[in-house]
Write a protein that binds this ligand. Sequence first.
Ligand SMILES: [Zn+2]
Length: 372
Amino acid sequence: MSGALAKCRARRAATAGRLVGIAAGAVLFLGTPAAQAFELTPLPTRAERREAKKMSNIVFRLRYPLVEFALHSFSTPVHEAITQAAFDCDGGIDTCTDLDLDYAESGVIAGVRWNDDPPFQFGDGQGRYTGCPNSRTSTISFALRTQCWYNHFKDVAAIAEANPEAYTGGSGTMLARSHFGDLQFLHAMAPRVGTPAQDTKAKIMMWAEFAWRVQSGGADFITATTRTGAVAVAGFQDHFPKKEERSVSDLFTVGRPWLRHQLDDIAFGSLLHMIEDSFAGGHVARGGTPAAGCAAAPIVAFHTYAGQDKAAHKLHDGIDRARTRTSLIEVLRELVGRRDAKQSWSEVRPYLDECVFRLADDAVDASTAIDD
Ligand SMILES: [Zn+2]
């Protein structure tokens, strides 16, 4: 280890906790091997390292353990490469994996990562795990507090395994809710087995509207200071009830003030993540003929994670699978173009409704089956 590296690690231990008993480079399987979802890396970009150090004196780890959890995986930067490709990184996915490429703005990449690693703070009575800070105002994420995150994830995964309904009612941390509960739509997934496809699609369209209007700056703009409990998007309060005090800015950037000025990019990145996941076989089954002028095959079924038949999952979507997703890149580029053209939600909605998230006539209720 170089002197600079050792120093950097020592500094980081004071700010983001020390990972005890988890060797960087080892692959950790949490619950089940990740099945057919796109991987991403928790490594911050050079720009984010610089800003975090400057604004909050946070020094990130230089290496992270490779972790596969639920349908997700922190390892190679596949989500990031797909996103760079959507922003005109040409020459194939393999040429777009460099974290410091800047075809996509760094805020967009932060948003793409947010869905899989949304930073959160524990409420009263939560967070009593090894490696977790005592302060209720400390922010937890895989990238910021790896050991605390890992211990919390193991706990909620076991709870959801025993009771798939545990987090479907909106209780629990953002980590628990987004992976095992009511916020699974962030990964284009259903909250539970048997959920009608139309219901999951409605959640996805709700989040798409929210994200689009946070980034739009147009007449229907949702500002950074809007309370999430007051967001005027149909269905939003099913997940962020009226009494919810946190602002839109807090939702996306809590504990990471260096990202606040990029809120519009982060919201757009979150939308891209949801779309990217909807092209991964572990999340959504697509099939049949795309509508005229649409690159995406219709959706036959959404999947759910909690309660899956663990034996069914062996593969995950690494770079190999991403190479075959040309229709996904086409869809993402269309969205980037519409954003550049400053389209309003009412202009972009039909494209998402009738093309990207179009349901097949024979779409079925959510299951834990995995297709590809
Ligand atoms: Zn995801």
